[in-house]
Design a protein around this ligand. Structure first.
Ligand SMILES: [Zn+2]
Ligand SMILES: [Zn+2]
Length: 542
């Protein structure tokens, strides 16, 4: 009896241990072919944020699912408006119709004349749809529709260009914030945002001034409009901060609530939720260097990364719980990733003044926005008289007026003299040619990463619509704001990619998966045949 008791005790103990360590979706997860895929993009997320900001729900996904420990973004421009389409198309920027924050309409797709210039982040849903259709490839929505007719692909997030580009011509529902067009607090000013997009369900949009309307007054900056360096790119109410109004929470809570409401009601087979707040806080303060602690419940707390990252992590936990509550967890593949990492601008070559963000990033005139107050650090480049447009954050990309080879060579030579430039390249058809290399400007670590990945990453955007001349920069350098991305540096390129839930096991992988490989890997896990012409390479989940 005593012996049996001991054995039973040990057995029960083992059982408890097994249950505690089993993935939340049960042991059958590995072999089950998923019916749905949920992609969660934490904008400007770095792997080291997980421990620095105690992101336990993300950590649990990494532990229970397949964490690609050597994942990297693998393309330029490392920007929101690029990667949301890379993830949902499996195409590299050079094949997907646009490659950067700025777009030269070489084929006159938008109808304002060949080579007209555009800010891609300000394109409409219809304009993105035209670019995607012109390049002629399938999106995740097309694959899911073919596999499971009648189901929906849904996108939601605070940034409209992330949502529009991910949704594309064939997504079914796209939900993002409107402009400030509602007055829900009766102060006589239209400073609230509500849900807008494609086929926005009435349970989100009605009643007017309901839960999905949030106060986005620029006067409510949580102090960031008057505090350096955040003042370059300050908060506008609760578009990115959750805020203190329990009936109208903004930021990542807004996107998550919208996503969960649609999970409950829609016959969905794919959903991409893009949580934009980590990006905002990281741009304002520098990202990984913003480790301060602020009083609980204070406005300062809402404006800084620790609280914002913790809030994003809570949303990941809420999404997993929601799937479980709906009985969908066992049949859903979850992909957690980002659209680029980020780095503090320890070397900042923009102008650190209130509201400077756009004028640091952009210089030139386009069809949908003009920026004519460049930073002094760009003066030698602009003095060439051949700059049609230049965009600079953690890399410099310049479109020229005279695009002859000689003009590109001379612009690349001048660009190489700008602060913290490590190498310059000129566009030559389907590739970039190295023009100048400032080997002495690089640390040994920067040199190694540049040799391994510099040419590879720059080439991913070689297309007629991309920049004529590109300048790569040192690590922890930006011409934009206090924390930034856009280039080919290791701190911007190293990203988390995690597959969890149905179709994924719990063994981590050392395979260096790129962002462009996500779509074919999803297709493989879901038993969907990839169409020819994908740039990405699908891997079998361990
Ligand atoms: Zn982004
Ligand atoms: Zn960003």
């Amino acid at each position: 009896m005593r012996y049996f008791g001991r054995v039973a005790g040990v057995a029960i103990g083992l059982l408890v241990l097994l249950c505690a360590s089993a993935p939340a979706w049960g042991s059958g997860g590995h072999h089950k072919t998923p019916k749905r895929v949920l992609i969660v993009v934490l904008d400007q997320f770095r792997p080291d944020y997980v421990d620095t900001f105690d992101m336990r729900n993300v950590k649990a996904l990494m532990r229970d699912g397949v964490d690609f420990e050597n994942a990297y973004l693998g393309h330029m421009a490392s920007e929101t408006v690029i990667t949301h389409n890379v993830i949902t198309s499996g195409q590299l920027p050079r094949d997907m119709g646009w490659a950067d924050e700025v777009y030269r309409d070489s084929d006159d797709v938008l109808g304002e004349g060949p080579d007209s210039m555009w800010i891609s982040g300000s394109l409409t849903q219809e304009q993105f749809d035209k670019l995607i259709a012109h390049a002629g490839y399938a999106k995740l929505a097309d694959y899911l529709h073919a596999k499971r007719p009648g189901t929906k692909f849904i996108t939601a997030g605070q940034k409209n260009y992330a949502v529009f580009s991910a949704n594309g011509p064939t997504g079914d529902i796209a939900v993002t914030f409107s402009s400030r067009n509602a007055d829900c607090d009766g102060d006589g000013v239209n400073n609230w945002r509500g849900p807008t997009g494609l086929n926005v369900p009435s349970y989100l949009s009605a009643p007017s001034c309901g839960r999905f309307y949030v106060d986005s007054a620029t006067s409510n900056s949580y102090g960031t409009a008057t505090t350096s360096p955040a003042w370059m790119y300050p908060l506008d109410g609760n578009r990115f901060a959750p805020g203190f109004d329990p009936a109208h929470r903004g930021g990542d809570v807004w996107t998550t609530d919208a996503g969960m409401a649609m999970m409950e009601r829609e016959p969905w087979s794919g959903m991409l939720l893009t949580l934009g707040s980590i990006d905002k806080a990281s741009h304002m303060w520098g990202g990984i260097t913003d480790v301060g602690r602020y009083p609980a419940g204070s406005p300062e707390e809402q404006a800084h990364l620790r609280f914002i990252a913790k809030t994003a992590d809570e949303q990941v936990g809420r999404l997993v719980r929601k799937l479980r509550d709906l009985g969908q967890l066992d049949e859903t593949l979850i992909v957690l990733t980002t659209d680029h990492a980020g780095q503090p601008a320890t070397r900042h070559h923009g102008v650190n003044a209130a509201g400077r963000s756009d004028n640091n990033w952009y210089y030139g005139e386009t069809e949908n926005g003009s920026f004519l107050a460049p930073s002094p650090s760009l003066a030698p480049l602009i003095a060439t008289g051949n700059v049609r447009f230049t965009y600079q954050d953690s890399a410099i990309r310049t479109w020229l007026t005279d695009t002859s080879t000689a003009a590109k060579k001379s612009a690349a030579k001048v660009m190489a003299t700008l602060p913290s430039v490590i190498a310059t390249y000129r566009l030559d058809g389907r590739r970039y040619r190295l023009a100048e290399a400032n080997l002495k400007a690089m640390s040994p670590r920067e040199l190694v990463y540049w040799v391994l990945h510099g040419q590879e990453i720059v080439d991913t955007m070689a297309a007629p619509y991309a920049a004529d001349v590109v300048g790569l920069l040192r690590d922890d350098t930006s011409y934009g704001v206090a924390g930034d991305h856009g280039g080919a540096q290791r701190p911007v390129q190293e990203i988390p990619i995690v597959f969890a839930g149905a179709g994924a096991g719990s063994r981590d992988s050392s395979y260096p998966l790129r962002s462009v490989d996500i779509l074919p890997t999803i297709l493989r896990a879901m038993g969907i045949r990839a169409r020819p012409g994908l740039d990405g390479k699908g891997v079998e989940l361990p």
